[in-house]
Ligand binder design. Structure first.
Ligand code: SF4
Length: 63
């Protein structure tokens, strides 16, 4: 599974990082930065919740 970010949609709300600090960080400008493009085994549910938490649909998971 991959966690993909469309940076053009990110508005810097930070909700994704609150959901999954091990998968997403916030850069110095407040925008999301995916730490683990390939979701580690066992973190699939966290990745889905992370993607769903984004109000701008900037994150998605893909098999
Ligand atoms: S929740 Fe969405 S808009 Fe907010 S920082 Fe994360 S990716 Fe960006």
């Amino acid at each position: 599974m991959k966690l993909l970010l469309d940076a053009t949609r990110c508005q810097g709300y930070g909700l994704c990082q609150e959901q999954a600090p091990e998968l997403v960080d916030i850069d110095e400008w407040g925008y999301a930065k995916v730490l683990a493009l390939t979701v580690p085994a066992g973190a699939e549910d966290t990745a889905r919740a992370c993607a769903e938490s984004c109000p701008n649909a900037a994150l998605r998971v893909e098999r």
